[in-house]
Write a protein of this length. Structure first.
Ligand SMILES: Nc1ncnc2c1ncn2[C@@H]1O[C@H](COP(=O)(O)OP(=O)(O)O)[C@@H](O)[C@H]1O
Ligand SMILES: [Mg+2]
Length: 293
């Protein structure tokens, strides 16, 4: 049976669009290239609502790139940011283990509870012989974090990077540098820093030597023709039709912000349904005769 769509599935003013996603070809190409380039880090910037998060979500899902996201808020420190990443990675540091288990537990780091049990094949006897600590308790340095990310093959997205104060911003740029420097060992290691500002430099304050190792991706506001496409894609899923003039008005009023386009549709479709209902009612009342009003 064909899938039934609700308006809120299709038009998503406050979450990344899935069904009505329109491609951001130039930006996607730039990010794909940076993802393939060893050691290249990425800064994505642009107006709030221009579609940075949506584009990145869509691209990383398409490319099956595993990732975790840390969100920055005003006043948080660099330790908070690192803690969040370590915490989400769920890394454990095996501080000490008994002799003779080498072949069962290789390496000092284990990642995540699932990984732990999988790698040990459920042999709880061996787990008990280890003295292990959550990595957040023992090591919170950038090198350790880079290794963790490198080993699990994940990309670190840092949202709202611009909200950090000057000092943690500087420190975080140095962490980016650490990620660049271990590129030989972990070529896919990436930080993607996102900021709702007008330039990459307002997102990350980085040194001259880092300049050509960072890809600066500007996500501009969306053109009216593309905003119109969002409405047209949604029409298909919801089996409704708007007049072309209505679509053009929605696209124009949205002023480049897809969130506004998505917000307009539930209102516009309610008006459409109400109009249909009133017309049908009026038609019945007039015994099928159409009068000019
Ligand atoms: N390419 C796109 N296609 C369709 N809708 C989009 C697109 N980009 C953004 N949107 C919609 O616009 C809204 C704002 O996008 P978002 O990615 O959160 O912007 P930003 O991260 O730049 O603030 C989202 O709710 C999303 O549904
Ligand atoms: Mg966003």
């Amino acid at each position: 049976m064909a899938k039934t769509f609700l308006t809120e599935d299709v038009f998503t003013p406050t979450s990344p669009a899935k069904w009505t996603y329109i491609e951001r070809t130039a930006q996607e190409r730039q990010i794909k290239r940076a993802l393939r380039t060893k050691g290249k880090q990425i800064v994505v910037y642009g107006h709030t609502g221009s579609g940075k998060t949506t584009m990145l979500n869509s691209l990383l899902a398409e490319m099956s790139v595993k990732n975790i996201t840390t969100r920055c808020t005003r006043g948080i420190s660099i330790s908070d940011v690192l803690f969040d990443a370590f915490d989400q990675l769920g890394g454990y540091y095996v501080e000490q283990k008994e002799e003779g288990n080498e072949e069962k537990i290789s390496g000092g780091l284990k990642f995540g509870i699932e990984f732990f049990s999988a790698s040990l094949g459920g042999e709880s006897k061996d787990v008990q012989k280890e003295i292990r600590k959550r990595i957040v308790e023992v090591q919170k340095n950038p090198n350790q974090l880079a290794k963790l990310f490198g080993n699990v093959g994940m990309v670190w997205i840092i949202e709202d990077f611009h909200k950090l104060d000057a000092e943690p911003k500087k420190e975080l740029s140095q962490i980016m540098k650490v990620f660049m420097d271990v590129a030989d060992k972990f070529p896919k290691l990436k930080i993607i820093a996102i900021g709702a500002v007008d330039s990459a430099r307002q997102v990350v304050h980085y040194d001259k030597e880092m300049e050509n190792r960072i890809s600066e991706v500007n996500v501009p506001l969306i053109e009216p023709e593309d905003l119109a496409k969002i409405v047209q894609l949604g029409e298909g899923y919801l089996n409704i039709t708007f007049e072309q003039s209505v679509i053009e008005k929605i696209a124009a009023y949205s002023s480049g912000l897809a969130s506004v386009t998505h917000q307009c549709i539930p209102t516009a479709s309610s008006v459409l349904i109400l109009t249909h209902f009133l017309l049908a009612f009026a038609f019945k009342k007039s015994n099928g005769q159409i009068h000019r009003i």
